[in-house]
Structure formats: structure tokens, C-alpha cells
Design a protein around this ligand. Structure first.
Ligand SMILES: CC(C)(COP(=O)(O)OP(=O)(O)OC[C@H]1O[C@@H](n2cnc3c(N)ncnc32)[C@H](O)[C@@H]1OP(=O)(O)O)[C@@H](O)C(=O)NCCC(=O)NCCS
Length: 153
């Protein structure tokens, strides 16, 4: 598997991967309004905007994008996704390793995220600790997620 920086032409593949992964997971991780499963074009727009604000990396397997992750300048890890067909195969771990290197090279000491119940074991696996749980509401649906952090150096 190869992890490389995102290129603008990856957006369409990202949007498909993102939607497929989110639809197949039991809980969504939502921070603010960044997760919107609207029309295809609005999804592209939202993701493209998110990727402009952040360092984004993609994981490729046989030239296919199988995951992606973003790191914002303040250390917020907003997105980390592995395609449903490639879960538990180390995709997110490889992406996180790259994100961690990037944070260190940028002098970002703390990476933080909001993890869903299903994603929490992954974050713990790569060394995050839970700060707090929180209940959030999105489109009338209530979710629990976990504020997690990892100090890197
Ligand atoms: C959470 C997610 C990113 C993990 O991706 P992944 O590529 O499957 O993770 P990895 O294969 O690198 O997993 C590494 C380790 O994390 C832990 N882990 C990962 N997913 C897990 C799960 N569903 N249940 C329990 N432990 C899990 C395990 O310890 C795993 O090691 P193992 O497979 O040898 O037991 C992926 O399930 C996903 O995309 N979920 C939907 C989107 C999401 O919730 N993203 C996070 C918020 S932005």
C-alpha cells in the first residue's frame, strides 16, 4: 500500500469512498457541519473545501484509492476513512502513520479527533486517549462520540 498526498483530481473518488464508507458504518462521526450527505455535487464541494483547509493523504492499493485522512493546521484529524472492502487491513494505520509524521514535521504537538463508537478502538490502537464523551445531534439523530487526543513528538 502506498500513502501519498491528495491531488485535486482525487475528489470524485474520495466522495464515492466517503459515502460508501459512511453508509456502511453504524455511526457517523460529526464535528460541526462538516459531514453532509447531500447531492453528489454538494458532497464534492464539501470534501474539496475540507481538503483545501487541511493536509490530505490518500492510501492506494493497486492504483485504487482505498482510504484517506486529513490533518488541519491546529492538529485536528477531521477525516480518516478506510473503504469498507479494505477494513482491518491496516489502511487507516498507514494513513495515521503519515499524518503523525506530517504533524511532527510541522511542529504540531497534539493531534485530536472526535471518534465514533465504532472508530474508537482504532484511535486507541494508534495511541489516542479519550478526553470526554459527548452527545451530538445531526438532522434530528442523536449520536455519542468521543473526544480523543494524542501527543506526538
Ligand atoms: C475506523 C477506521 C478508519 C479504521 O480503519 P482500518 O483501516 O480498518 O483500521 P486498521 O486496519 O488500520 O486497524 C488497526 C487496528 O485498530 C483496531 N480496529 C480498527 N477497526 C476496529 C473495529 N471496527 N473494531 C475493533 N478494533 C478496530 C484494531 O486493533 C486494528 O488492528 P487488528 O485489525 O490487527 O485487530 C475504519 O473502520 C473506517 O473508515 N470507519 C468509518 C469511518 C470512521 O468512523 N472514521 C473515523 C472518524 S473520522
Amino acid at each position: 500500500m502506498n500513502v501519498r498526498p491528495y491531488k485535486p483530481e482525487d475528489t470524485a473518488t474520495h466522495a464515492r469512498l466517503f459515502t460508501e464508507t459512511v453508509h456502511s458504518s453504524t455511526q457517523l462521526t460529526i464535528r460541526g457541519n462538516n459531514l453532509r450527505l447531500g447531492s453528489r455535487s454538494s458532497r464534492h464541494g464539501t470534501l474539496a473545501q475540507a481538503f483545501q483547509r487541511a493536509d490530505c493523504f490518500v492510501a492506494e492499493h493497486d492504483s485504487e484509492i482505498v482510504g484517506f485522512a486529513t490533518l488541519e493546521p491546529d492538529g485536528h484529524l477531521d477525516y480518516i476513512y478506510a473503504h469498507r472492502r479494505f477494513q482491518r487491513q491496516g489502511v487507516a494505520s498507514a494513513l495515521f502513520q503519515r499524518i503523525e509524521q506530517e504533524a511532527i514535521s510541522r511542529g504540531v504537538a497534539r493531534i485530536f479527533a472526535e471518534a465514533s463508537t465504532t472508530a474508537r478502538p482504532f484511535f486507541e490502537h494508534v495511541g489516542f486517549r479519550m478526553i470526554a464523551s459527548q452527545r451530538i445531534k445531526h438532522r434530528g439523530i442523536s449520536f455519542i462520540n468521543f473526544r480523543m487526543e494524542k501527543f506526538v513528538s
